[in-house]
Every structure is written in structure tokens, then in C-alpha cells.
Design a protein around this ligand. Structure first.
Ligand code: ADP
Length: 269
């Protein structure tokens, strides 16, 4: 009888512990959802006034002839654009977090597309005193990607490479390996300490020792990249050597078997 009583008591206390843990988990999920909604609302609220700043500045810049005035207007424009991009990244991220990101997969010549995305970075890379090597030979077949999302993946990886590299080169390459498209973005930058590598894809995580050329950043770029790649049934990994450089590798599977059929377009965009 005593044994039964003890077992009963243990059962009751573990049931209570379970109930408490469940309540705590629900509370945390609620807080997380509230935070995501907050991000989303704030980003939305920032976007409208920013558009209203950018429009007239662009107009004035097109009309101005005085070089000094032009310079300060250009400064306003560049910084407003920077904020605009940041706000858009926050919005993308909160959409993704809330499971509201809707991809539309179209068959894309990934070699041509990636080459054009990377080449658009040429001047940013050069003005940072670096070399850009783009090596994306044709792949045997089109890949099903959401073009806007693929653009975000490539641009996030490239802008990180520029941010965390002081000299040398940035190499963007595309290969066909084991029936997958493999994108590599390699740099000769500051590198990431081995113990921090597993954490760089965590949202808001920033490596303390590897502060880039500008100290700005949010720690959501790579979290966004990882989510976008996952939506394509792929994965992203990183290898790095401190002080030597970093390589991010994105693998995308061929075909459409891993994608929701209703979101797959059959013709080229
Ligand atoms: P951030 O806005 O801080 O750049 P990310 O999510 O894009 O956020 O990256 C997370 C962290 O990973 C960065 O703070 C940086 O420490 C590290 N990191 C990302 N890319 C590189 C790179 N190419 N070289 C070195 N460190 C990098």
C-alpha cells in the first residue's frame, strides 16, 4: 500500500511538473509570437515614411546642379536606402518567423541568374579594395527557385563577405555535385572561431571578435538565408579558418519532388 502511495505521489508530482512545463512552453511561444508581430509592425511603420523621404530626395537629386548640395542629398539618399534595406530584411525575417513567407518556384537558369546577381556587386567589392571572382558555368538543368528569395540568399552572403573581408578576394562559384546545385561564397576575410561556427545561423547571433569593417549588423542575415534555403528543400553550411577566410556553401536539390506542387510554376518567368 505504501509503495502504491509513493508511486501515486510521484505520478501526481510528475503530472504537475508536466503541466507546469507545458504552461511555460505556451507562455514562451506566446511571447515569441508577440515579439515577431512587434517586429513586423515596427518594420511596416518605418517603411512608409522612408519611402516618403526617398522619393523627394531622388527627385531633388535628379534636378540639382550644385555639387555641394548634390553631395549632401546623395548622403541622405544612401543612408535612407540603407535603412530601407534593413527594414525590408526585418520584414522578410518576421514574415518567415510567422510562417507567412510564400515562395513561388520557377525553373531558373541558376548559372545566368547567379552570375548577374554577383556581378551587380562588382563595384561594391572593388570600392572595398577587394577582387570579385564569379565562376558559375552552366548547370545541366534549370533549378526550381523563387527568384526573389534566391537573390536574397546570394546578396546576404555576398554582403557579409564584403563586410568581413579586409583584403584579398571574394569568390562566388556554382557547381553541379551529386545531382545538386552547389553555391559557394568564399572570402579571404577575418574568419569565424570554430566554437562559434554552429551558432552563426542563429537569429540575432553575432560573433564578437569578428566585427566587420563597419560594426553595424543585426545578426538576422544568416538566419534569413537559412530559412530561405530550407524553403527550397536545401541546406546551408559554413567552414572557416580564423584570420584566413570563410566559405558558405548552399546546396539545392534538383527537381520539384520536395516542393509544394501548388507553388511550382511550370514555365520560365
Ligand atoms: P550580421 O548582421 O551581424 O552580419 P549575420 O546573420 O549576417 O548578421 O551574420 C552573423 C554573424 O556571423 C556576423 O555577426 C559575423 O560575426 C559572422 N559572419 C557572417 N558572415 C561572415 C563572413 N563572411 N566572415 C566572417 N564572419 C562572418
Amino acid at each position: 500500500l505504501q509503495l502504491l502511495a509513493r508511486q501515486l505521489a510521484a505520478g501526481i508530482s510528475s503530472a504537475r511538473a508536466y503541466e507546469e512545463a507545458k504552461q511555460r512552453a505556451e507562455e514562451l511561444a506566446r511571447l515569441d509570437a508577440a515579439k515577431t508581430a512587434f517586429f513586423s509592425n515596427v518594420s511596416h511603420e518605418f517603411r512608409t515614411p522612408l519611402t516618403l523621404i526617398l522619393g523627394p530626395v531622388e527627385d531633388a537629386l535628379a534636378k540639382t546642379t550644385k555639387s555641394l548640395e548634390g553631395e549632401s542629398l546623395d548622403l541622405v539618399r544612401r543612408n535612407a536606402l540603407r535603412l530601407y534595406k534593413l527594414v525590408n530584411t526585418l520584414l522578410d525575417f518576421s514574415r518567415m518567423e510567422a510562417g507567412r513567407a510564400q515562395a513561388s518556384y520557377a525553373p531558373v537558369d541558376l548559372s545566368v541568374f547567379t552570375t548577374s546577381l554577383a556581378s551587380a556587386f562588382q563595384s561594391a567589392v572593388e570600392s572595398a579594395g577587394l577582387r570579385l571572382v564569379v565562376d558559375c558555368p552552366p548547370l545541366p538543368e534549370p533549378l526550381y527557385v523563387d527568384p526573389e528569395m534566391w537573390e536574397k540568399v546570394v546578396l546576404n552572403l555576398l554582403s557579409n563577405a564584403v563586410k568581413y573581408t579586409y583584403h584579398g578576394e571574394i569568390r562566388v562559384s556554382l557547381r553541379w555535385e551529386d545531382a545538386q546545385a552547389v553555391l559557394r561564397v568564399e572570402d579571404t576575410g577575418v574568419g569565424i572561431p570554430e566554437e562559434e561556427l554552429p551558432r552563426v545561423f542563429e537569429r540575432f547571433y553575432r560573433v564578437r571578435v569578428s566585427q566587420g569593417r563597419s560594426h553595424e549588423g543585426t545578426g538576422i542575415g544568416l538566419a534569413l538565408v537559412q530559412e530561405l534555403v530550407k524553403l527550397h528543400g536545401g541546406n546551408v553550411g559554413v567552414t572557416s579558418q580564423l584570420g584566413k577566410g570563410t566559405t558558405f556553401t548552399v546546396r539545392l536539390p534538383r527537381g520539384t519532388a520536395h516542393l509544394p506542387p501548388e507553388r511550382v510554376e511550370r514555365t520560365s518567368p
